[in-house]
Design a protein around this ligand. Structure first.
Ligand code: 5GP
Ligand code: MN
Length: 339
């Protein structure tokens, strides 16, 4: 049975268990990675044994975060039998308890984690409104801008002092999930915590440069193609872009290079919603960003995904044409309802 809990119950649970895995959602972003690392660092200070694990590799730019090299990618995450999750370290270190951070549902953690979750005690810390309370204990607060914000509060509740490492990690989660303290989730609670963390040696300009500003040549090449595909629907209210597998192959771009492209659609002055479709190995990934009124979390949920009110996504099977048709029909439906 799943239970929704408060900070003090979370701390009691952390003290009560040991031999943890800390896991975030697959294709981890800044908040997912920072939250994994900050949670691991907290466990270390609580004297616990733990491993930090993700279904996918950490994008290179985040490897510069303190302790990021300790996150292991599970190699056999796609349906094969579990033998050793850590073949590179030649060890078979299976968890006795699981902590999920920034993960809205069990599928987002990847198949292996989903399987393990059914067998051992689990605790989830998250801020997605679409979180389905899949763990045994769930600390879920959708009013938090980032999962890192909740982990900040866990540090305070344990009375473990911040230092340069924890402050840098938590600040990075706040920074990336608020788009540089600019999105509508930027509250006084965010700013108070960020301001406090700056006292511990965080380098704000450097982190913003590394995680928000720096782009690759491959990203620019992919962006050129995405912009070429731009279509405006519903009197410019809907901006649609798409990228095919060939666009990735011909530009040598990775799926990391897609990040940020959908914003060019939603940033147009006429636009309420930007949608980006791109081909991936397991289907068509759809990214949604909205500006004022459209709840894209609900929309993505209709197609098996989820996310936040102004930023959400899903992965669908079928051809690009069919997926586009289904999603755009649902979107147009929302616009007609609004009229
Ligand atoms: P992006 O478009 O940048 O991949 O994702 C935007 C947000 O949507 C993410 O922060 C995440 O919360 C959510 N999201 C994206 N894809 C999925 C998905 O397949 N399932 C769920 N539950 N959420 C998703
Ligand atoms: Mn997050």
């Amino acid at each position: 049975m799943s239970v929704v809990i408060q900070m003090d119950e979370a701390i009691a649970w952390l003290h009560a268990h040991d031999h943890y895995w800390v896991v975030a959602h697959e294709r981890p972003d800044g908040d997912a990675i920072s939250s994994t690392l900050a949670m691991g660092y907290l466990l270390q200070q609580l004297g616990k044994s733990y491993r930090m694990v993700n279904a996918d590799p950490i994008p290179p730019k985040f490897l510069s975060l303190p302790t990021a090299d300790q996150i292991t990618t599970i190699s056999n995450n796609h349906g094969e039998e579990i033998t050793s999750p850590f073949p590179d370290r030649n060890e078979n270190w299976l968890p006795k308890a699981m902590i999920l951070v920034d993960c809205a549902d069990e599928r987002r953690a990847g198949p292996l984690i989903k399987e393990l979750l059914a067998q051992i005690p689990s605790f989830s810390v998250d801020h997605h409104p679409t979180n389905n309370h899949f763990a045994h204990l769930n600390l879920v607060k959708s009013e938090s801008a980032a999962t890192a914000q909740l982990i900040y509060d866990l540090y305070e509740a344990t009375a473990i002092p911040f230092d340069e490492i924890s402050a840098t990690l938590l600040y990075t989660g706040l920074l990336t999930d608020t788009g540089g303290f600019r999105h509508s989730n930027t509250t006084s609670a965010v700013m108070e915590r960020a301001a406090h963390l700056l006292q511990y040696g965080v380098q704000p300009g450097d982190l913003a440069n590394r995680f928000l500003e720096t782009i690759t040549v491959e990203h620019v090449a992919l962006l050129q193609r995405a912009l070429q595909s731009l279509e405006l629907l519903h009197h410019g209210g809907i901006a649609v872009m798409s990228l095919m597998k060939s666009d990735f192959l011909e530009t040598n771009a990775t799926r990391e290079d897609v990040n940020g492209i959908v914003n060019y659609g939603v940033n147009l002055d006429s636009t309420e919603v930007g949608v980006l479709f791109h081909e991936e190995s397991n289907g068509i990934k759809v990214s949604f960003r909205s500006k004022d009124w459209l709840n894209v979390a609900e929309l993505a949920q209709q197609f098996g995904g989820g996310g936040h009110v102004r930023a959400a996504g899903c992965t669908m099977t079928g051809s690009m044409t069919d997926v586009k048709k289904a999603v755009l029909q649902a979107l147009e439906g929302q616009f007609h309802k609004k009229e």
